[in-house]
Design a protein around this ligand. Structure first.
Ligand SMILES: Cc1cc2nc3c(=O)[nH]c(=O)nc-3n(C[C@H](O)[C@H](O)[C@H](O)COP(=O)(O)O)c2cc1C
Length: 323
């Protein structure tokens, strides 16, 4: 473990570790307008949402580490108190990279990046036509964290109008595969927040039993991962031995060799694999204990949590006998 206090490293190094360690970050493509009417567009990944009533977002146009100067976005925001925050999608990646270049304050960054400005309804800064999620915002507070190079200025803004393209909605929900967000990691790395990178996770019940209620013999399992065990810990109650026996007794017996078991196991056929295992147990196969653990894992991976619990409780019988 590398451990340090921030003043032991250069600002650059601290910044680099923060970028890598606090990731992936959403990217705000922020549109502002100068007092002279020059359009500005820049990406900011020190950005997030902080409440929905009223809807609040914040991002950080920081002081440049190189020369401690302030960014055009910061200056524009302070003078006009308005911006539009646009979501960044895979189709705009190279263009937002262009928009991040340090153009002079009198340069129109929509023109430089090739992105299309469209009028907003309630604020002067333009929306980015190519972005399917746009928020018209008013600055409510700017916090300066210090006046040193690399210091963050936190622009806290209230969203006064949302614009959402219909094509990113599925049953009224913004679907990751439709909006196709890009996120920011450290160094030159970016993240695609869609496709194989996306998975779903059900919210926990109001009172899960918790890790500390898991039986000791299952915590010692050589196969079950921390994620497997946490799935068991997310349950609201542990089944009784009688319920588990009922389940086990209802499993049909399939005459099998160990190889038959493996065929079903590798084809993710839980019902067949468990009925082979029941047979192997009935003939006192010496591997039954190990195979039992594998099937608990298979049930958990297949989201068959109740069946996994029945097996966990029933498993105790063999565990006590064989260990
Ligand atoms: C993906 C991405 C994320 C960025 N995030 C930030 C950020 O959170 N804060 C910041 O000050 N600069 C950030 N930058 C750099 C600014 O976009 C860059 O300094 C830009 O030139 C500022 O433009 P402006 O002077 O027109 O406001 C980021 C750049 C990229 C490409």
């Amino acid at each position: 473990m590398i451990s340090f206090e921030p003043n032991e490293l250069s600002q650059r190094q601290v910044h680099s570790y923060m970028l890598g360690g606090i990731a992936p970050r959403p990217i705000a493509l922020v549109s502002t307008i100068s007092e002279d009417g020059i359009l500005n567009l820049s990406p900011f990944s020190f950005y997030n949402a902080f409440g929905s009533n009223p809807p609040i977002i914040a991002f950080s146009p920081a002081r440049r580490g190189r020369d401690n100067t302030l960014k055009d976005t910061y200056n524009n925001l302070l003078s006009t108190k308005e911006c539009v925050v646009n979501a960044v999608t895979e189709f705009m990646t190279e263009q937002i990279n262009l928009a991040s270049a340090e153009f002079e304050p009198d340069v129109n960054e929509f023109e430089k990046s090739g992105l299309t400005p469209i009028d907003s309804d309630l604020v002067k800064p333009k929306r980015v036509k190519e972005s399917p999620f746009q928020m018209e915002c008013k600055l409510i507070q700017m916090i300066n964290t210090s006046d040193k190079p690399g210091a963050g200025n936190i622009a806290i803004c209230e969203v006064v109008k949302f614009h959402i393209a219909e094509e990113i909605l599925n049953d009224g929900i913004i679907h990751p595969d439709l909006i196709r967000h890009i996120g920011r990691n450290g160094a030159d790395f970016y993240t695609k927040a869609f496709g194989e990178a996306v998975f779903s996770l059900k919210k926990p019940p109001s009172k899960p039993i918790g890790y500390d209620s898991l039986p000791d013999y299952i915590l010692k399992s050589g196969f079950l991962t921390a994620n497997n065990l946490a799935k068991l810990a997310l349950s609201e109650k542990i089944p009784t031995l009688a319920e588990s026996e009922n389940y086990y007794n209802s499993i049909p017996l399939t005459e099998a060799t160990e190889n038959t078991f493996w065929v079903y196991y590798h084809n993710n056929n839980f019902e067949k694999a468990i009925s082979c295992l029941k047979y192997l147990i009935s003939i006192n196969s010496y591997k039954a204990l190990t195979l039992f653990e594998l099937l608990i894992q298979m049930a958990l991976d297949n989201e068959e949590i109740e069946k996994a619990w029945f097996l966990v409780i029933y498993y105790r019988k063999f565990y006590d006998k064989n260990r």
